[in-house]
Design a protein around this ligand. Sequence first.
Ligand SMILES: Cc1cn([C@H]2C[C@H](O)[C@@H](COP(=O)(O)OP(=O)(O)O[C@H]3O[C@H](C)C(=O)[C@H](O)[C@H]3O)O2)c(=O)[nH]c1=O
Length: 169
Amino acid sequence: MNPGIVDPPTVDSEWSMLQEPTINGVRVKDIRPVVTGDGCLTEVWRKDWDFDGLEIGQVFQRLLDPGAINGWHAHIVTTDRLFCAHGRVRVSLYDGRRSSPTFGAVWQRIIGAERPALILVPPGVWHAVTALGQRPSLLLNLVDQGYDYAAPDHRRLPLDTPHIPLRLR
Ligand SMILES: Cc1cn([C@H]2C[C@H](O)[C@@H](COP(=O)(O)OP(=O)(O)O[C@H]3O[C@H](C)C(=O)[C@H](O)[C@H]3O)O2)c(=O)[nH]c1=O
């Protein structure tokens, strides 16, 4: 038999995710849903988690059709907090900050209703979200400052940009 390669687990023996962020300033808060008699309840953000010490300036939702790839985006000053409330998505990140100790690093994590988590994406970190599975995915973004219609803090690169060493399709 061809020995192949060792297939490492994505979780430890407590089922905690092993994929620690490789990008400076990116944080992940895993959240455990509370199962109830008629469904479940999942917290999304609490001030006393001391997750980032930032404000919540706005919350918006983004519905993604199955297979949709939303990206690449980055912000100059805005911090995103991404939470997948329904369905399942892959969050892909690239550190585009030249001054960052992890400049050039990439990191990906799958989150969703079965494995809820809040992902903090600092300014300058390029991000893209891929909707997985066969049903629409609902992404919440709890940003630290509200969208400015007159001067959007929103930069975009095409999915096939040569500046980001990740191919999403
Ligand atoms: C953010 C925002 C946008 N808009 C308008 C502006 C555009 O005409 C339209 C789409 O906005 P945008 O291109 O920002 O949407 P997405 O491409 O889904 O990107 C947004 O959601 C993904 C997940 C990110 O991660 C981005 O950081 C975030 O900007 O909605 C508003 O009217 N209000 C808002 O708060």
